[in-house]
Design a protein around this ligand. Structure first.
Ligand code: ME8
Length: 518
C-alpha cells in the first residue's frame, strides 16, 4: 500500500474509571465506519483507539474500589478492548497511556515545550473539577441546588492551590484564530466551530499543566514532584501511536491526523489546547475535529445515578451487531443529540433492514435461484427504466463518499436507502415473476439489473454492517478480492452464468414478546 493516500483517524481515549457504555461505542463505531470505508476506497488507513489511564479521577475511583490505579486501569482497559472486539471494530492499534512508549513520548513533548519557552513554573490557585479533569474560571461556574458552586457541566469543583507549571495559552490566541481561518474544515459541525471561535476570541488564560497534590500521572522531566495534567498526557496519545518523538517515518506518514472524532463535551480540549500544544512544540495541528452529540435513553439523560446507562453488549445480544451498528449511524443526524429507544431500534431494524433491504435481496436472490438455474442471469438490451435503476446504483459511491468525507453517516445511509426503495419499486413494476412464461429473456434482464443493484448496495453496506454485507456478497458469489470500491464499475458488473449459492435471509425481523411490546 506504499504510496497510497493515507487516512489517520482517532477516537478519544476512554477513561478507565468507568465501564464502556453507548457513548463510547458510538464514537468508536463512527470511526470504524470511516476506517473501513477508506480502506475499501483505496486508502492506507491508521485507526487508533485506546484508554486514558492517569489523573485524579482514576486515582480516586481506584481508591474507592480498593484497587491500585494500575490494577483498575488494567481491568477496565481490557473491558474497552473487549468492547471493540464485540463491535467488530477494525482498529490498527490500541494505546494505553500507562505504556512506556507513551510515557516517553509525553516526556519528550513536555521537554520540547519547555525548550521552546512554552511552559514555565508558577503557582496555581483556582477551581478544578476532578470529574471533568478541567480547570474553571470563577465566572464560568454555576450555582447548584444548594447554592454550591458547580462546573458549567454540573460537576463538583474544588479550590486548588499548589505550585504548578503553566502552558502559556494566552499567547496562542492569534495563532489559533489564524489556524481556524486558514482551515475552514478543521472544526465540524459549523455550530461547534462557531462555539470555539467565540471562546477563543473571548481571550485565553494560561493553563496549569502539572499537579503536585497526587501522584497518578506521568512525572514531569527533571521535577518529579509534579505529574503532568491528564489532558496534556491524554492528547499526546495521538502522536505517541505514530512514533513521536521520531518525526520522520511513521510520524511523517500519518501526521497531521485527518480526523479526531470526539464528543461535544471534549471539543475545547481538542480544538484549543491540543493545536496550541502542537504549534508550541513546532508540530502541525490536526486537519479536522468532529464533535458528535450525546445520546439519551428513552428521553432521559443517561447517568449512573439514574441507573439508565446503556450497555452496548446488551444491545448487541438483543438486536444483533449489525442492527445496532446500523441504528446508531442512521437514527440521528451525526452531530446532533439523539435518543435511544427500544421502539426506534425495532422500527429501523424491521422496516429498513428486514422489510426494505432484506426483502429486496431475498426476493431477487430467490427468484434467480428458482428461475435462472441458480446462476447470474443473461441480460439483453436495457430499457429506460433499467438504465435509470443502474444509473442510481452507479452514482451511489460518489454520494456516499461525499457524505462520509463530511462525517454525515445518516446522509450516506439515506442515499443508499433511496436506491433500496427505488429497487423495490422497480421489482414491483417490472413484476419479473409474471415474465417467466411470457418473456423469460426479459425476466433475466430485470433480475440481472436487480442483482447488480444489490451488489452495489452490499458493497457500500460493508463499512456499516460488515458481517451482513459479507453474507450478501457471498450470496452474489463476489470473491473476497473483488469487494473494494474499484470494483464498483460497469466493467466489473456481475458476470452472467456465475453460479450462486442457495439464498438465505440476512436481516431477521425483531419479534416482540408480549412483555417487550407491553
Ligand atoms: O473524555 N452519548 O473520556 P470519557 C454520546 N478521556 N457520547 C457520549 C455519551 C453519551 N451519552 N457519554 C459520553 C474522555 N460520551 C477523555 C478523552 S481524548 C485525548 C481523552 C462520549 O471516557 C464523550 O463525548 O469520559 C467522549 O467523547 C467519549 O464518550 C469518551 O469519554
Amino acid at each position: 500500500m506504499d504510496g497510497a493516500r493515507t487516512f489517520y483517524v482517532t477516537t478519544p481515549i476512554y477513561y478507565v474509571n468507568d465501564k464502556p457504555h453507548i457513548g463510547h461505542a458510538y464514537t468508536t463505531l463512527a470511526c470504524d465506519v470511516l476506517a473501513r470505508f477508506k480502506r475499501l476506497d483505496g486508502f492506507a488507513v491508521k485507526f487508533l483507539t485506546g484508554t486514558d489511564e492517569h489523573g485524579q479521577k482514576v486515582e480516586k475511583s481506584a481508591e474507592a474500589a480498593g484497587l491500585t490505579p494500575q490494577a483498575l486501569a488494567d481491568m477496565n482497559s481490557a473491558n474497552f478492548r473487549e468492547l471493540a472486539q464485540r463491535l467488530e471494530i477494525s482498529n490498527d492499534d490500541f494505546i494505553r497511556t500507562t505504556e512506556p512508549r507513551h510515557i516517553a513520548a509525553c516526556q519528550a513533548l513536555w521537554q520540547r515545550l519547555v525548550d521552546n519557552g512554552a511552559i514555565t513554573l508558577g503557582h496555581y490557585e483556582g477551581w478544578y473539577s476532578v470529574r471533568d479533569e478541567a480547570f474553571y474560571a470563577e465566572d464560568e461556574l454555576i450555582a447548584g441546588p444548594q447554592g454550591q458552586k458547580l462546573a458549567p457541566t454540573g460537576a463538583p469543583v474544588e479550590w486548588v492551590k499548589e505550585p504548578s507549571y503553566f502552558f502559556h495559552l494566552s499567547q496562542w490566541q492569534e495563532k489559533l484564530l489564524a489556524y481556524y481561518e486558514a482551515s475552514p474544515d478543521c472544526i465540524a459541525p459549523q455550530s461547534r466551530r462557531n462555539e470555539v471561535l467565540s471562546f477563543v476570541k473571548g481571550g485565553l488564560q494560561d493553563l496549569s499543566v502539572s499537579r503536585t497534590s497526587f501522584t497518578w500521572g506521568i512525572p514531569v522531566p527533571n521535577d518529579p514532584k509534579h505529574v503532568m495534567y491528564v489532558w496534556l498526557d491524554a492528547l499526546a496519545n495521538y502522536i505517541t501511536a505514530i512514533g513521536y518523538p521520531e518525526t520522520g517515518g511513521e510520524y511523517a506518514r500519518w501526521w497531521p491526523a485527518d480526523l479526531h472524532m470526539v464528543g461535544k463535551d471534549i471539543l475545547r480540549f481538542h480544538t484549543v489546547y491540543w493545536p496550541a500544544f502542537l504549534m508550541a512544540a513546532g508540530l502541525e495541528p490536526p486537519r479536522r475535529v468532529f464533535a458528535h452529540g450525546w445520546w439519551t435513553n428513552e428521553g432521559q439523560k443517561i447517568s449512573k445515578s439514574v441507573g439508565n446507562v446503556i450497555d452496548p453488549v446488551m444491545l448487541i445480544e438483543r438486536y444483533g451487531l449489525d442492527q445496532v451498528r446500523y441504528f446508531l449511524m442512521r437514527e440521528v443526524p451525526f452531530g446532533n443529540d439523539g435518543d435511544y429507544s427500544h421502539r426506534a431500534m425495532v422500527g429501523r431494524m424491521n422496516s429498513e433492514l428486514a422489510n426494505d433491504f432484506g426483502n429486496l435481496a431475498q426476493r431477487v436472490l430467490s427468484m434467480i435461484g428458482k428461475n435462472c438455474g441458480a446462476q447470474v442471469p443473461q441480460h439483453g438490451e436495457w430499457t429506460a427504466e433499467d438504465r435509470e435503476m443502474l444509473g442510481a446504483a452507479h452514482g451511489l459511491l460518489e454520494t456516499v463518499r461525499g457524505a462520509l468525507d463530511r462525517q454525515l453517516f445518516h446522509e450516506a445511509l439515506e442515499a443508499m436507502w433511496v436506491v433500496v426503495r427505488a429497487a423495490n419499486g422497480y421489482v414491483d413494476r417490472q413484476a419479473p415473476w409474471g415474465l417467466k412464461k411470457t418473456d423469460p429473456a426479459r425476466m433475466g434482464t430485470v433480475l440481472w439489473v436487480l442483482a447488480e443493484t444489490t451488489r452495489h448496495l452490499a458493497m457500500l453496506a460493508q463499512p456499516f454492517m460488515p458481517g451482513s454485507a459479507a453474507r450478501l456478497l457471498d450470496q452474489l458469489s463476489i470473491p473476497e478480492g473483488e469487494r473494494s470500491f474499484v470494483f464498483l464499475t460497469p466493467k466489473h458488473a456481475l458476470k452472467p452464468g456465475v453460479a450462486l449459492p442457495a439464498p438465505q435471509g440476512v436481516f431477521p425481523r425483531f419479534i416482540e414478546t408480549e412483555a417487550e411490546a407491553g
